[in-house]
Design a protein around this ligand. Structure first.
Ligand code: ZN
Length: 172
């Protein structure tokens, strides 16, 4: 759901988004302390969150998602096509020590962690919430960069196929 009320810029707004980020970090650390060295997929299982894989088209002129989730029942649906595409692209364009963060299994782990944040924090996807979901996923998985980098790779690939069109939005 994407019903977002735009906040006017200002100090209060900045503090609010800072709080959301800080809460996301705390949640990631707390879950690590409580559950030890589990994967995001195992954590989903612990919380009774079903994960399924689907493929929906990574097409020009469309919103692209790595995954989507629902709260009731708690469920994550992975977009296997988008995940595989970014993994394939990384094999061509990244230096060797970065590639291990771009395997489809590693991307899946980060995407699942991102969606877990939405479900566990009960925060629907929105421009204000996405940085918090990415921060949660970065800390929980130990990824050395923001997961938004996966979105950038996907967006660049899709954007390169039709440069004249409006910018494509990739999201989780
Ligand atoms: Zn998200």
């Amino acid at each position: 759901m994407r019903s977002i009320r735009k906040n006017s810029p200002g100090r209060r707004n900045t503090e609010t988004s800072g709080d959301v980020l800080a809460d996301a970090r705390l949640l990631a650390h707390r879950l690590r302390r409580l559950h030890g060295d589990v994967s995001a997929r195992e954590l989903a299982q612990i919380f009774g969150i079903e994960i399924s894989r689907d493929s929906w088209r990574v097409a020009d002129g469309r919103l692209i998602y790595f995954a989507e989730c629902s709260f009731d029942p708690p469920k994550i649906i992975l977009n296997a096509e988008a995940i595989e595409l970014v993994a394939r692209l990384a094999a061509d364009c990244l230096v060797e020590d970065e590639r291990r963060w771009f395997t489809s299994s590693q991307i899946t782990e980060v995407v699942v962690a991102h969606e877990l944040y939405h479900i566990l924090a009960r925060q629907s996807s929105s421009p204000a919430v996405e940085p918090a979901a990415n921060e949660f996923a970065r800390i929980f998985t130990g990824t050395p960069f923001s997961p938004s980098r996966y979105e950038m790779v996907l967006r660049r690939r899709v954007g390169s196929t039709r440069r004249s069109s409006l910018p494509h939005l990739a999201s989780f």
